[in-house]
Design a protein around this ligand. Structure first.
Ligand code: GUN
Length: 295
């Protein structure tokens, strides 16, 4: 079997077009557009790239973005002070603090300061806490996990009753996507670095989400024939044939996996574009909620 490629780039483009239309309507009806503030602390190249892509995506759908760059040695108090200013700024609907923060800053202390109605990353302890419980509604769901569910839904892959295996237990992807899969009535297994006989576990997955950050770690024979494979990894590997000297690969060995899986997301062009599309959607939702158009 050769897997159907889940074209995250195309699906994200369709979602961005829907958002652009809604932003235009909001501007016409209410005379306002949503605003996103990005906070970048330090000079990590990957974080700079992600924030740049997020601001560009905002511009393309008509969302205003406000960029705040602080030096790597900025104090925790300085970052918290900025978050408080953004909480009070009526032009700002969403606040995104790019992670990871430098080591001397307590991530939870900063994320706890974000007004939960502006927490478009969904990382505030109250939003994450609600996501982790049955019958509670977070105001926002973290972007990559929300994007993964959207990819499955828009591809017509049923979740209810399926066996889902999540590789990785990070706060940003592994844990929240697990909660979402559980809320959608999947039978869930979470694997991590201490899991024994990993291939044996992954081979049971109807839906396999790989989010461990290890290049091409998941091999073809770890996959159940016909499974849906969602590859969240973005890993740079040396490649002298490329102008940049490297190329990006996922956590799954794509060429092997595509011969076994029923569906697979490519890297790049799978989950990545969905993360940004969901950030835009969350920012739009934040302003809609302020306008009383969303509960
Ligand atoms: N770092 C890696 N992914 C993310 C994300 O989705 N949001 C933020 N704020 N930081 C990240």
């Amino acid at each position: 079997m050769t897997a159907q490629i889940i074209d995250g780039k195309a699906i994200a483009a369709a979602i961005r077009a829907e958002i652009a239309q809604e932003v235009a309507r909001m501007k016409e009806v209410h005379g306002v557009v949503p605003g996103l503030a990005t906070v970048l602390v330090g000079d990590r190249k990957d974080s700079q790239t992600y924030v740049r892509m997020k601001k560009k995506a905002c511009a393309e759908v008509g969302i205003t973005s406000f960029g705040y760059d602080l030096p790597a040695d900025a104090s925790q108090e300085r970052v918290i002070q900025l978050v408080r200013e953004l909480n009070a700024n009526p032009e700002v609907d969403g606040i995104l603090v790019q992670l990871p923060l430098p080591g001397h800053i307590d991530e939870e202390a900063v994320l706890s300061e974000i007004d939960i109605t502006k927490d478009v990353d969904g990382f505030h302890p109250v939003n994450i806490g609600r996501l982790a419980m049955k019958g509670r509604k977070p105001l926002f769901v973290p972007c990559t996990p929300r994007g993964i569910i959207e990819l499955l839904d828009r591809t017509g892959i049923e979740i209810e009753g399926k066996r889902a295996v999540v590789l990785g237990r990070s706060n940003i992807v592994g844990l929240p996507v697990s909660m979402l899969l559980l809320h959608r009535n999947a039978t869930l297994t979470i694997c991590h670095s201490r899991t024994r006989n990993l291939p044996e576990v992954t081979r049971q997955a109807d839906i396999l989400v790989a989010a461990i950050g290890r290049a091409e770690f998941v091999r073809g024979d770890w996959i159940k024939p016909g499974a849906a494979v969602i590859d969240v990894g973005v890993n740079a590997v040396d490649d002298p044939t490329r102008k940049k000297g490297y190329r990006l690969v996922g956590d799954v060995k794509f060429d092997e996996a595509r011969e076994v899986a029923g569906y697979i997301t490519p890297v790049p062009g799978g989950v990545g574009p969905m993360t940004i599309a969901m950030l835009l959607k969350n920012t739009l939702d934040a302003r809609k909620r302020r306008l009383g158009e969303l509960r």
